[in-house]
Design a protein around this ligand. Structure first.
Ligand SMILES: Cc1cc2nc3c(=O)[nH]c(=O)nc-3n(C[C@H](O)[C@H](O)[C@H](O)COP(=O)(O)OP(=O)(O)OC[C@H]3O[C@@H](n4cnc5c(N)ncnc54)[C@H](O)[C@@H]3O)c2cc1C
Length: 365
């Protein structure tokens, strides 16, 4: 809960700048621990979190092997989203049978070999699916099932969580500019003509909006653009997610098709090239007709080494970053949020590879 202070305005332990899935997971972790905090969000309807499919996939396609720390990520993600479902009274998390359609016999054999590796059987079903789903799917080489997959309704989570926080006076709809912030030794003051908030700790979870001149602008981001379609089909299965180059996910009465990866175009505009790529890939395995209902684009806040950016600013006291979730924000953010708060409050080291101190040599004032 936020205290209404004296002449200095509101007082809280934490300020969270940005309320995509990253900021929401920091907020969820702080709620669990009973900390006071205020969220500031510019409510960007084109943010990555609002364009994303929300898929939780614990397997790396390129290697046919589990994501490092898959068990820990999944455990915390499922616990957190189920807990938020209860708190917010919403159906947020949906399980799905995720079928990776093989490109050829090599892929099929690799899957079968890897599925028997110790530790992999939890995530990779060794049984190969030969079904073509009533002639709706081209499945020439069989499909491997990724286990423990699901999808999260991120917009519903963000909207219902924001309403909950607003009702407690913990959410302010505003774009924070750096000149609103006064970094002091013991506290951080955020003010403009209509607000004045004093906090002990600030977490920046503002996704792609880290400008080059800003306090974390020296970090090597490498955002990647993704375009998606929503299609309407009466024949595609509503029980399975199919993946072959792109995936098609049954979601809210439609099918979500995603996504392209483009590291050169950093605009949020949809393109005919992106749409063409999605349709070409889709038509390789979807055999029945469909109608395109929408076409969207977003930018994934991704990093050069494909690892998240978590940790303390090299110089500014009490100032942290929680960003760089790439294409795995839904799986990663709950556990990483817990680890960041442990780091801030107990000094526990961050796991290898995620702490931004790996880039401190890039930092200049
Ligand atoms: C097409 C596409 C499909 C994807 N599919 C998946 C998927 O299936 N599964 C998955 O796990 N990930 C997926 N991703 C990736 C996922 O979207 C990201 O990992 C995740 O959403 C990043 O969340 P974030 O909160 O860090 O950033 P964002 O979602 O960008 O949120 C940042 C927030 O900060 C706010 N903000 C920014 N600057 C300020 C400021 N100065 N003041 C106040 N507020 C500010 C913005 O308004 C926004 O609300 C996909 C991404 C794309 C583009």
């Amino acid at each position: 809960m936020v205290k209404s202070g004296n002449s200095k305005g509101f007082i809280a332990d934490y300020a969270i700048i940005g309320f995509g899935i990253s900021g929401a997971m920091i907020a969820s972790e702080l709620l669990l621990r009973g900390r006071s905090f205020v969220v500031f969000d510019a409510m960007d309807q084109k943010s990555a979190s609002r364009v994303a499919a929300g898929v939780i996939n614990p397997v790396v396609y390129r290697r046919f092997a589990p994501v490092p720390r898959a068990a820990q990520y999944l455990k915390k993600a499922y616990l957190t989203y189920r807990h938020l479902e209860k708190k917010l009274g919403q159906d947020l998390l949906h399980s799905i049978s995720f079928l990776k359609l093989f490109d050829g016999l090599d892929e099929r054999h690799k899957w079968q070999l890897n599925a028997f590796e110790p530790g992999n059987e939890e995530y990779m079903n060794s049984h190969v699916f030969e079904d073509n789903f009533k002639d709706s799917i081209r499945n020439d080489f069989g499909a491997g099932e990724i286990l423990k997959a699901g999808w999260l309704d991120i917009p519903l989570l963000l909207d219902s969580f924001a309403d909950y926080l607003k009702s407690r006076g913990q959410y302010i709809d505003v774009q924070i500019e750096e000149d609103m912030i006064d970094y002091q030794n013991e506290a951080i003051q955020i003010c403009n003509s209509s607000m004045n908030v004093r906090v002990k700790i600030m977490v920046w979870s503002n996704g792609i909006k880290v400008n080059s001149g800003s306090i974390f602008g020296w970090l090597p981001f490498k955002n990647s653009k993704g375009e998606t379609l929503e299609i309407q089909s009466d024949t595609l299965s509503t029980n399975y997610l199919f993946h072959k180059g792109v995936f098609v996910l049954p979601r809210k009465g439609l099918h979500y098709v995603g996504a392209t990866y483009n590291w050169k175009d950093d605009t949020l505009e949809t393109t005919e090239e992106g749409k063409g790529e999605l349709i070409n890939k889709l038509n390789r395995f979807v055999l029945k007709s469909y109608q395109i209902v929408s076409h969207k684009a977003g930018l994934r806040p991704a990093t050069k080494d494909r690892k998240p950016f978590v940790g303390a600013h090299p110089e500014l006291n009490h100032t942290y970053i929680f960003n760089g979730m790439g294409s795995r924000g839904v799986l990663w953010a709950p556990l990483l949020a817990e680890e960041l708060i442990n780091f801030i409050e107990s000094g526990t080291s961050l796991p290898d590879g995620i702490d931004i101190k790996r880039y401190f040599k890039h930092y200049t004032k």
